[in-house]
Ligand binder design. Structure first.
Ligand code: C5P
Length: 403
C-alpha cells in the first residue's frame, strides 16, 4: 500500500504544456488511495480542461475566487482548501507562478490557496531550458526551498519548444515516487523494526476443541498499522482472529498456540528495535492433547493444565537495546499489579486497561488506558477508539526512541 493512501492531496496546475501530464498524475494519486482536489490558474485551462481533472479526481476543480456559474457570487474558500490539504503539489509549476509564489503575490485563486496552505508544499517545475537556467528562476527555487517547500527537479530531454535540455516536468510516476520517498524518509519510525503480538491463543484439548479467550486482536492490529504508518517495519504475530491482514507492508505471522507465538517471537526478536506484547496469551494449556475427539463417557472430565511460557517475560530476559512494552488487564489493585508486571518482565512501559471502564477491553471498539513508565511516571488517557489509542501508544514509543 502506498504511503500516500488516505492522504488529502491538493494539486495546483499552472499554465504550462506539461499540464497534460497532470491528468495522469491525478489518476496515479487517486489509484494510490489519495483523496485529490485540484486548483488551476485561469490560464492553465487553455492547456487542460477542468472537466478532465474533475472527472479524474472525482472532485470539483477550482480556478477562481467565485463560483463562476453562481449569480449570487458565492466565493470559493481558498483558506479552507489550503487547510484541508495534507500535502500540496504544484505541477506543472511555471516560471511565472513560481516567481509569484516566491514573492507572495496572490492575484489568482491558486496562489492565494498556496499562501494559505500549512501543509508541506511540493513543486515540479516545467519550462523551457533557458527559462529554467535564468538567475531569476533559480532565485525563485532558492526562495521557495528556504520557505520549506520541496522541489521535484525537472528532467532533461526534448522540450515543447523543439529544443532539448533541462526543464521537462518530472514524469507522473517519478513525482509519485519522489513524494513517497520524501514522506517515508521523514517518518519518525523509519529504519525501526517492531514486533507486535496480537489476539488470543488457542490451546488444543483434542483435535476439535481448544481453550481460548475473547480477545479480538483489534488493539494489536491497530498498533501494527499505527507503527507502519510512522515508517516502522512491522512483524505482527497474530493468534487466531477474524481480522484480515492489515496491509501497509506489515508481515503477518499467524499462529495458534502460545508455544507457536513464543517460537515466532523469539525467532524475530534479535533483529527488532522494539516489541509490543498486546496478545492475550493463554496462561495454561492442557498437559496432554488427546489425539482423538474426547468422548462424553463420564459425568466429570478433569483436564490437567500446565503453565505456558510467558512470552513477554522471556523477551525481557533476552533484551539488549530493545524497547519492550506490555499490556495489563486488571480487575483489582490495578496499578500495583501493573507495576509488578512492568518490573518482573523488564518493560519500558506498560499499558494498563481496566475492565471496570465501560467501553474498554475485549471485543470493544474503544479502549481507555493509562501508561505506567519504568521511571515512575504515569499518563492517563480518555476513552477513545482503538485506532486513536494505538496512535497514543506509538507516540510514546517514538518519544522513547528519541529520548
Ligand atoms: O501477566 P499477564 O498475563 O497479565 O501479562 C500481560 C502481558 O504479558 C501482556 O503484554 C501479554 O501480551 C504478555 N504475556 C505474554 N505471554 C504470556 C502471558 C502474557 O507475552 N504467557
Amino acid at each position: 500500500m502506498s504511503i500516500i493512501s488516505g492522504k488529502k492531496i491538493l494539486i495546483g496546475v499552472t499554465a504550462g504544456i506539461a499540464a497534460y501530464k497532470t491528468a495522469f498524475l491525478v489518476r496515479l494519486l487517486v489509484k494510490a488511495g489519495a483523496e485529490v482536489k485540484v486548483v488551476m490558474t485561469p490560464a492553465a485551462k487553455d492547456f487542460i480542461t477542468p472537466l478532465t481533472l474533475s472527472t479524474l479526481s472525482k472532485n470539483e476543480v477550482f480556478s477562481s475566487f467565485t463560483k463562476e456559474e453562481d449569480e449570487n457570487q458565492q466565493w470559493n474558500n481558498h483558506v479552507e482548501l489550503g487547510l484541508w490539504a495534507d500535502l500540496m503539489l504544484i505541477a506543472p509549476a511555471t516560471a511565472n507562478s513560481l516567481s509569484k509564489m516566491a514573492s507572495g503575490n496572490s492575484d489568482n485563486f491558486l496562489l492565494a490557496t498556496y499562501l494559505s496552505a500549512k501543509c508541506p508544499v511540493y513543486f515540479a517545475p516545467a519550462m523551457d531550458l533557458d527559462m529554467y537556467q535564468h538567475p531569476s528562476t533559480k532565485d525563485s527555487f532558492q526562495k521557495l526551498i528556504s520557505y520549506g517547500n520541496i522541489m521535484i527537479p525537472a528532467g532533461t530531454g526534448e522540450l515543447a519548444s523543439g529544443l532539448s535540455g533541462e526543464g521537462r516536468m518530472a514524469e507522473p510516476e517519478e513525482i509519485l515516487k519522489f513524494i513517497e520517498n520524501h514522506i517515508s524518509e521523514s517518518l519518525p519510525l523509519r529504519n525501526k523494526k517492531i514486533l507486535i503480538t496480537a489476539g488470543p491463543t488457542y490451546e488444543a484439548i483434542d483435535p476439535v476443541r481448544f481453550i481460548g479467550n475473547h480477545s479480538s486482536g483489534k488493539m494489536g492490529y491497530e498498533l501494527a498499522k499505527a507503527a507502519a504508518i510512522m515508517g516502522a517495519e512491522v512483524v505482527l504475530i497474530s493468534g487466531p482472529t477474524h481480522l484480515t491482514d492489515p496491509g501497509f507492508g506489515i508481515e503477518v505471522i499467524r499462529v495458534k498456540s502460545a508455544q507457536e507465538m513464543y517460537d515466532a517471537a523469539h525467532e524475530h526478536f534479535e533483529k527488532m528495535d522494539a516489541a509490543i506484547a498486546s496478545a492475550a496469551v493463554s496462561d495454561y494449556r492442557p498437559k496432554n492433547v488427546a489425539t482423538q475427539k474426547i468422548k462424553k463417557n463420564s459425568e466429570n472430565l478433569i483436564l490437567e493444565l500446565q503453565k505456558n511460557p510467558d512470552i513477554l517475560a522471556s523477551l525481557g530476559e533476552r533484551k539488549k537495546e530493545q524497547i519492550l512494552i506490555g499490556f495489563a488487564l486488571e480487575t483489582e489493585n490495578e496499578e500495583e499489579n501493573a507495576l509488578g508486571k512492568l518490573k518482573r518482565k523488564k518493560l519500558d512501559f506498560i499499558v494498563l486497561n481496566s475492565l471496570k471502564d465501560e467501553g474498554a477491553g475485549f471485543q470493544k471498539e474503544t479502549n481507555k488506558i493509562s501508561i505506567l513508565f519504568k521511571g515512575g511516571e504515569k499518563k492517563d488517557f480518555a476513552l477513545k477508539p482503538k485506532k486513536q489509542v494505538a496512535n497514543d501508544i506509538i507516540k510514546e514509543l517514538i518519544g522513547l526512541f528519541h529520548a
